[in-house]
Design a protein around this ligand. Structure first.
Ligand SMILES: Nc1ncnc2c1ncn2[C@@H]1O[C@H](COP(=O)(O)OP(=O)(O)O)[C@@H](O)[C@H]1O
Ligand SMILES: [Mg+2]
Length: 965
C-alpha cells in the first residue's frame, strides 16, 4: 500500500504522499527508530522496503543480527567485531534468564536450542539451518555455534570428565579447518567458499554434555579438481601443500619451488586459508598421523602432476594420442606418486576397452584427444572424491561418540543457498532442489508459528489459501514424471540423446506444470524452472552425462592396482564392489545416478529435520566486495528473495501483515466515527479521559469491537463502492480482526482506513480553514474600524491644536493691539488734551469753524472707530481684492487719498492672501481720536514737532507668513 501511495509523479503531491507515508510509517512502527527494531516482523507494514530499511539502519550502527519471527537474519560484518563472539558473551547468553530478551545473536539461537534439549519437550532434538549465499557467513556462523556449545555444553564437575569433554570439543572444532582445506575454495564470491553441504550432529548425553559429533556431507563440487573458472581457485589444500611443504617434502612430493601446474590457477594469491600448518595440526588432533598425512599429500601432488598431462591429436585415429616430452615426464611423476605402473596409467588414459558380445569379448579403442582429457579429469575427480569421503569418515570416527553415550543432538546444517548463474547445470539443479525442499520445510514451520500467534491472540483464521512450493517440487522430483525422472531415464536407457532432444522431452512431458518455463530467446537447449526464489534457466547440454557421472571401469581397475597404501584403502579390490562397478552386459543393475543419490541423501536429511525442532539462521552478504559498512540494497534484496524471507513476507501479507495495538488503533482511527453518524451515538472512546481507568477490560474490548463493527459498516463510504468487504467477509475472513492485544488487518484495510482518515482530516482542515478565514475577516474589519477611529481622533486633535494656535495667535495680536491702542489712546489723548485746550479757546471764539459738515464728521468718526476691523478685512485672504483692499486700508487709516506719494500700501501678491504691510512716509504721529473728539485734524499734516516720533507709524501691520488652515 505504501508503494501505491508513493507511486505518483507530480512533485507536490509526491511530497505530500511521502510525508503521509512517513506518517503511516511512524504510526505503524511506533516510537522506536528502525535500527532499534529487533524483529523484522515488528516492522510495520511488513514489506520488502521496510524490511530492507530496517536491516540497513541496523547494519549501519553495527548491529548485525535481527530476528524475523522464527528466523535470525545475520548480516556479514566483513570485519572483526570485538567482543561479539567472546567467551564472556557466550556466558552472558548462557546465564541469562530469558536469552530471547537480550539482543538478537546467534548465541540466542544456540542457547534456545540448548535449553530446548534440556527441557526434554518433544521433539527434543534440535536443528539449526544456516543458509545463505556463498560468502554470507554460514561457515563462520556454524563455527561460532560449535564454539558456543563447546563452552556451554561441558560439565565442570569432574576433572576427568571435563578433560574428556574438552578433547572431544577440540576434535569437533578441529574438524573445521580440515574439512575447509579439502572442501573449500576461493571463488569469485567468497575467498573461503564451501564447495559441499554439511550437516554436523552435535551429540549430547543425558546431562546435556557434548560427547561427540558426526558430520554428513552433501554434493562435493568435485569437478573443481580438474576444472576451475577463471579467477577462481582449486581446493585450498593444493595451494597449502605447494606453499607450505618443507624442502624434504618438496623432494618427496616432486613439488620443486616455482613449478607450475595447470590445475593450480592463481597461485600468487595468498589467502588466510592457505595455512598448511593449521591443517596439519588439526589432522594430527583428529588422529591422522604424519605418515598418513604424507600419503595424502603425495596423492594430491600426484593429481597435480596428472593435470599437467596434455594430449595431442594423433595423426592416425587408430593410434593413441601423442604426448609431449613434458607430458611424458608428468605422467611418470604422477604414476610414481600414485604408485601406479606408468604404462598402465598411460594406456588407461588413452585406450578405451569395450566388452561386447555374449562372451564379453574385450575390444580396445584408442580415445580421441577430448576423450583422453575427460578420462584424465575423471581419474582425478574419482580419486579426490574418494579421498574427501575418506577424510569425512576419518573425522567422523575420531569425533563420533558411542551410540549408547548420547541421547540427544543438535544439528547444524551449513548448506549452500539458492544459485542462479548465466550457465546453470546439474549442480545448480541439485542445490536449488535442496533449497526448495528446505523452503517447504521452513514455510510449514513458519506457518505453524504464525498460526500459533493468531491462536494466542484469539483470531480465527486459517491459511487455507496459502500455496506453498509443492508444484515446483512436483516438477523437479514428482512421480511418475518429473525433471529428475526424465534425466534418470535418459541415463538408464543409455541411448545417445542430444541436448535439444532432452529439452523437447522435458517440455512436452511436463508442459502442464505452471513452474516450467522456456526461454525462447535462448539459442542453447535449456528449460526454465520457476523456483520460489525466482526463475532459473538450466542448460540441457551435458546434463545426462553429469547425472551418469560415468567412471570408466578401467580407471577404477587401474587405481586398484596401486601400491600406494592410501589408494589401496580408497580403492579396495573387494569382489562385491567389483561387480557393482563393472558393467555386466545386458542384465547389469542400473548404476545410481547423481540425482538419485542426492535425492536419497536429501530425503534422509529432511527426515532428520522433520523430527527435530528447527531454527533458522539466514546469512546475508551486504555487498559482494566484502567491504565493511557497505549495504547494497539490491544485492540484499536478491538474497532475501533467495533465502525465502520474501516468501515469509508474502505469507505475512496473505494473513494480517499489519498489527496495531488497541490503543494506537483507537488513537488513530477514532476520528473515523465522524463518517458514521449511526456510530457516533453508540460509540465512546474507551481510552479517553477518566473512563479508561474505570472501565473494566471487558468493556474496553466490547467498545473496541463496536468501533470495529462501525468501521466495517462505513467501509462502503470509504471505498465509494457498493460491494463491501463486510459482505465478502462472510466467505473470507474480514480484513480487520481484533485480537486480545492487537488489531490485525490487511494492507487493503489499512489503505481504506487511511483514506477515510484523510477524508475526515480534509473535512476538518476545510472547517478550520473556513473558521480561520472568518476570524481573519472579522479581525480585518475590526482593525479597519479602529484605524478610522484613530485617524479621526488624530485629525481632530491636529485641528484642535491648530485652532488653539490660531487662538493663541489671535490673543497675542489682540493683546498687542490692545496695548498699542491703549498707548496710542494715551498718546492721542495727551496730544489732544494740548490741542483741545487751544481749540477750546478758539472754538469759543468762532463756533462755525468746522471744515466738515456734521454728517460727514459722524461717518468719519465711525470709520476711524472701526479701522481695526477694516484692517482685518483688508488682511483677509478671501473676498476683498487688491484695489478694494487698498481702498479699505486707505479708508481705515484715513490716509489722504489724493497724495499717493505721502503713503503706500504694500499688499502681498495679488492672489495671495492679505496685506503684507502698510507703509506710510513718516509724517509725524497719526492721531486717533475715538471718543473725545471727531479728529478734525486727522487729514492734515500736523506740524512737525520735536516730540513727535518719526517712523512710529511706518509699519502698522506686518504679516510674516500667511497662515493656512
Ligand atoms: N560474523 C562475522 N564476523 C566477521 N567476519 C565474518 C563474519 N561472518 C563472515 N565473515 C567473513 O566473511 C567471510 C565469508 O564467510 P563464510 O562463513 O566463509 O561464508 P559462507 O560459508 O556463507 O560461504 C569469512 O571468511 C569472514 O571473513
Ligand atoms: Mg561456507
Amino acid at each position: 500500500m505504501l508503494q501505491q501511495l508513493n507511486g505518483h509523479s507530480s512533485s507536490s503531491p509526491d511530497q505530500s504522499r511521502v510525508s503521509l507515508r512517513e506518517d503511516i510509517q511512524e504510526f505503524l512502527s511506533g516510537e522506536a527508530p528502525l535500527h532499534q527494531l529487533d524483529d523484522l516482523t515488528k516492522v510495520n507494514p511488513v514489506t520488502l522496503e521496510t524490511v530492507l530499511r530496517c536491516l540497513q539502519a541496523r547494519y549501519m550502527v553495527d548491529t548485525f543480527y535481527t530476528n524475523a519471527g522464527c528466523t535470525l537474519v545475520a548480516l556479514n560484518p566483513f570485519k572483526p567485531v570485538p567482543g561479539l563472539y567472546s567467551p564472556e558473551m557466550m556466558r552472558e547468553y548462557h546465564a541469562a534468564s530469558q536469552p530471547q530478551k537480550l539482543k538478537p545473536h546467534i548465541f540466542t539461537v544456540g542457547e534456545q536450542t540448548y535449553r530446548n534439549v534440556k527441557s526434554l519437550i518433544e521433539p527434543v532434538n534440535q536443528s539449526i539451518v544456516v543458509s545463505g549465499e556463498s560468502g554470507a557467513g554460514k561457515t563462520w556462523t556454524s563455527r561460532c555455534l560449535m564454539k558456543f556449545y563447546a563452552v556451554v555444553a561441558t560439565s565442570p564437575t569432574s576433572w576427568e570428565n571435563h578433560k574428556i569433554a574438552e578433547r572431544i570439543e577440540q576434535r569437533i572444532l578441529n574438524s573445521n579447518p580440515v574439512m575447509e582445506a579439502f572442501g573449500n575454495a576461493c571463488t569469485l564470491r567468497n575467498d573461503n567458499s564451501s564447495r559441499f553441504g554439511k550437516f554436523i550432529q552435535l551429540q549430547l548425553n543425558r546431562a546435556q554434555q557434548m560427547t561427540g559429533a558426526a558430520v554428513q556431507t552433501y554434493l562435493l563440487e568435485k569437478t573443481r579438481v580438474a576444472c576451475q573458472a577463471s579467477s577462481e581457485r582449486n581446493f585450498h589444500i593444493f595451494y597449502q601443500i605447494c606453499k607450505g611443504a618443507s624442502e624434504e617434502e618438496r623432494v618427496q612430493w616432486h613439488l620443486p619451488k616455482g613449478s607450475t601446474f595447470s590445475w593450480l590457477p592463481n597461485p600468487e594469491r595468498t589467502l588466510e586459508e592457505d595455512c598448511f600448518e593449521v591443517t596439519r595440526e588439526a589432522m594430527l588432533h583428529l588422529g591422522i598421523d604424519t605418515r598418513t598425512q604424507n600419503n595424502i599429500f603425495k596423492v594430491l601432488a600426484g593429481l597435480l602432476h596428472l593435470g599437467n598431462v596434455q594430449f595431442a591429436d594423433s595423426e592416425d585415429e587408430a593410434q593413441p594420442c601423442q604426448l609431449t616430452e613434458e607430458a611424458k615426464c608428468s605422467v611418470r611423476t604422477s604414476a610414481s606418486l600414485l604408485q601406479l605402473p606408468e604404462d598402465m596409467l598411460l594406456e588407461t588414459l588413452r585406450i578405451r576397452t569395450i566388452r561386447a558380445g555374449r562372451q564379453q569379448q574385450v575390444f580396445r579403442k584408442a580415445c580421441s584427444r577430448a576423450e583422453c582429457d575427460t578420462r584424465r579429469d575423471c581419474l582425478a575427480k574419482l580419486v579426490y572424491a574418494r579421498l574427501f569421503d575418506w577424510m569425512v569418515l576419518v573425522i567422523n570416527s575420531s569425533i563420533y561418540a558411542d551410540p549408547d553415550s548420547w541421547t540427544t543432538f543438535i544439528g547444524l546444517l551449513d548448506v549452500y543457498g539458492f544459485e542462479s548463474f548465466p550457465d546453470n547445470s546439474l549442480e545448480q539443479l541439485c542445490i536449488n532442489y535442496a533449497n526448495e525442499k528446505l523452503q517447504q520445510h521452513f514455510v510449514a514451520h513458519y506457518l505453524r508459528a504464525q498460526q500459533e500467534e493468531y491462536a494466542v491472540e484469539g483470531l480465527e483464521w486459517s491459511f487455507v489459501n496459502y500455496q506453498d512450493n509443492q508444484t515446483c517440487l512436483d516438477l523437479i522430483e514428482g512421480s511418475p514424471i518429473s525433471i529428475c525422472s526424465l534425466i534418470n531415464e535418459e541415463c538408464r536407457l543409455n541411448r545417445p540423446s542430444s541436448a535439444a532432444q532432452l529439452q523437447t522431452r522435458i517440455e512436452s512431458a511436463l508442459a502442464g506444470s505452471p513452474c516450467l518455463g522456456h526461454n525462447k530467446l535462448s539459442r542453447e537447449p535449456s528449460f526454465v524452472v520457476v523456483h520460489f526464489a525466482g526463475p532459473v534457466r538450466y542448460h540441457t547440454a551435458g546434463l545426462v552425462e553429469k547425472n551418469k557421472d560415468p567412471v570408466p571401469p578401467e580407471l577404477t581397475g587401474l587405481l586398484q592396482q596401486s601400491q600406494h597404501s592410501l589408494l589401496t584403502v580408497l580403492f579396495p579390490t573387494d569382489p562385491k564392489e567389483k561387480t557393482q562397478e563393472k558393467p555386466s552386459g545386458q542384465n547389469r543393475t542400473p548404476a545410481l545416478t547423481v540425482v538419485s543419490k542426492f535425492k536419497a541423501s536429501l530425503e534422509q536429511l529432511l527426515r532428520i529435520l522433520q523430527n527435530t525442532t528447527p531454527h533458522y539462521i539466514r546469512c546475508i552478504k551486504p555487498n559482494s566486495q566484502g567491504q565493511p559498512q557497505s549495504f547494497l540494497q539490491e544485492e540484499v534484496l536478491s538474497q532475501l528473495e533467495a533465502c525465502g524471507l520474501v516468501e515469509t513476507i508474502h505469507i505475512s501479507a496473505a494473513g494480517f501483515p499489519i498489527r496495531v495495538s488497541h490503543q494506537n488503533f483507537m488513537e488513530r482511527y477514532e476520528l473515523l466515527r465522524r463518517l458514521c453518524p449511526r456510530a457516533s451515538s453508540s460509540f465512546h472512546n474507551p481510552y479517553s479521559a477518566k473512563e479508561h481507568s474505570e472501565q473494566p477490560p471487558q468493556g474496553e474490548a466490547a467498545t473496541l469491537q463496536t468501533l470495529l463493527q462501525d468501521l466495517l459498516h462505513i467501509l462502503p463510504a470509504l471505498t465509494g463502492t457498493a460491494a463491501t468487504p463486510v459482505d465478502s467477509a462472510e466467505c473470507t475472513p474480514a480484513p480487520l480482526q481484533c485480537g486480545r492485544t492487537k488489531v490485525f488487518m490487511t494492507d487493503f484495510m489499512l489503505e481504506l482506513l487511511e483514506n477515510g482518515r484523510t477524508q475526515v482530516l480534509e473535512q476538518c482542515a476545510r472547517c478550520i480553514q473556513c473558521g480561520w478565514r472568518q476570524h481573519q475577516h472579522r479581525k480585518q474589519k475590526r482593525q479597519r474600524r479602529a484605524a478610522t477611529l484613530i485617524q479621526a481622533a488624530v485629525r481632530s486633535w491636529l485641528t484642535r491644536k491648530h485652532i488653539q494656535r490660531l487662538h493663541t495667535a489671535a490673543t497675542v495680536i489682540k493683546h498687542a493691539w490692545q496695548k498699542w491702542r491703549i498707548r496710542m489712546a494715551f498718546l492721542a489723548s495727551k496730544e489732544l488734551d494740548g490741542l483741545e485746550e487751544k481749540h477750546f479757546s478758539q472754538a469759543h471764539g468762532s463756533p462755525n469753524s468746522s471744515p466738515l459738515p456734521p454728517m460727514q464728521t459722524r461717518l468719519l468718526g465711525a470709520i476711524i472707530r472701526l479701522w481695526p476691523l477694516g484692517l482685518v478685512l483688508a488682511n483677509a485672504a478671501v473676498g476683498i481684492h487688491s484695489f478694494q483692499r487698498k481702498l479699505v486700508v486707505h479708508a481705515c487709516l484715513q490716509l489722504p487719498s489724493g497724495s499717493s506719494s505721502s503713503s503706500s500700501v504694500q499688499t502681498a501678491q495679488q492672489d495671495q492672501a492679505g496685506v503684507r504691510s502698510i507703509r506710510a512716509l513718516p509724517q509725524g504721529s497719526i492721531r486717533f481720536h475715538c471718543r473725545k473728539s471727531p479728529l478734525r485734524y486727522a487729514d492734515t499734516c500736523p506740524e512737525p514737532s520735536p516730540f513727535s516720533v518719526t517712523g512710529f507709524n511706518q509699519i502698522l501691520l506686518e504679516k510674516h507668513r500667511p497662515i493656512h488652515v
